[in-house]
Design a protein around this ligand. Structure first.
Ligand SMILES: Nc1ncnc2c1ncn2[C@@H]1O[C@H](COP(=O)(O)OP(=O)(O)OP(=O)(O)O)[C@@H](O)[C@H]1O
Length: 262
């Protein structure tokens, strides 16, 4: 699947939130969407998922969403919303099963393929052990893993995930990023909103850096995570290191600075 966003603009509450966005997304690629709070990452993800009116065009394999239809698009694009603040008293497995809805006929029974996809997704996110717990009884990180499993269960061509690492402990963050790499390696496209620049730089094939509603940089992680970009977008500097043959960045602020000295 090829998604082309052309000259996208969005205004919310009378304020421009996205301007002049041109973005191409392909299957087989893990793309990290990074940028400061309020830069427009969630807004852009919602535009790509056809969930938000906008100026400009989004084409899916050169067709507009209208020509594809709502349900067909829901089979092809899975969307994991930010937050995970779900207070449903619904069993975790039933929540993951919602990911199969776009594949089912109205009132149709679940097929063996649906059951398999649900089981695979829960195993992949390490959520199988709480399949019978209700969502409101899970911790924030456990709930996020169930919601990620719901998005995976769609088995869509493109997975759009808004901050799926929020609330995950370090092991599950690394596992979730490894899983997203696997999803991309298996041929799907993945776009993931991340605040952790270290993980973004290590795991993503490509980074898109948004700043004040515009794309400031789009390319390989080492090019996007340059000092100038990071200083302009976030007003930070980074420490750079190398381990196991991999380069990494770490947001850095010297504790010897006067303001931070105790
Ligand atoms: N419904 C709305 N009405 C008015 N302004 C909005 C609305 N939704 C979002 N905004 C504003 O649009 C801007 C972009 O929001 P968005 O959620 O896309 O940012 P983000 O990059 O995802 O931020 P974060 O990292 O904090 O999640 C923000 O300034 C936000 O306050």
């Amino acid at each position: 699947m090829l998604i082309e966003a052309k000259d996208i603009a969005v205004a919310l509450g009378g304020k421009p939130v996205l301007r002049g966005i041109d973005l191409t997304l392909r299957t087989g690629e893990l793309v990290g969407l990074i940028g400061p709070n309020g830069a427009g990452k969630t807004t852009l993800l919602r535009v790509i998922a056809n969930l938000l009116p906008h100026a400009g065009a989004v084409l899916y394999d050169r067709e507009p969403a209208k020509a594809i239809g709502h349900k067909a698009l829901a089979r092809r694009i899975a969307f994991l919303a930010q937050g995970g603040a779900v207070h449903w008293q619904m069993r975790a497995e039933a929540v993951v099963a919602l990911g199969r809805l776009p594949h089912r006929r109205p009132l149709g029974e679940m097929t063996a393929a649906d059951q398999d996809a649900i089981a695979r997704a829960m195993l992949a996110t390490d959520a199988a052990s709480f399949r019978d717990r209700t969502l409101d009884s899970l911790s924030g990180g456990e709930r996020m893993r169930v919601l990620l499993a719901r998005a995976l269960a769609v088995e869509a061509e493109m997975l759009l995930a808004d901050e799926p690492l929020a609330g995950l402990d370090p092991r599950h963050q690394l596992e979730a990023m490894t899983l997203l790499r696997r999803v991309a390696a298996s041929g799907a496209g993945v776009v993931v909103v991340l605040h952790d620049l270290t993980l973004a730089g290590r795991f993503c094939d490509r980074l898109v850096l948004l700043d004040q509603g515009r794309i400031l940089a789009d390319g390989p992680p080492d090019a996007v995570l340059g000092d100038d970009h990071l200083s302009q977008a976030f007003g930070i500097s980074v420490a750079r290191g190398r381990r196991d043959g991999e380069d990494f960045v770490l947001p850095w602020h010297s504790l010897n600075d006067k303001e931070t000295a105790r």
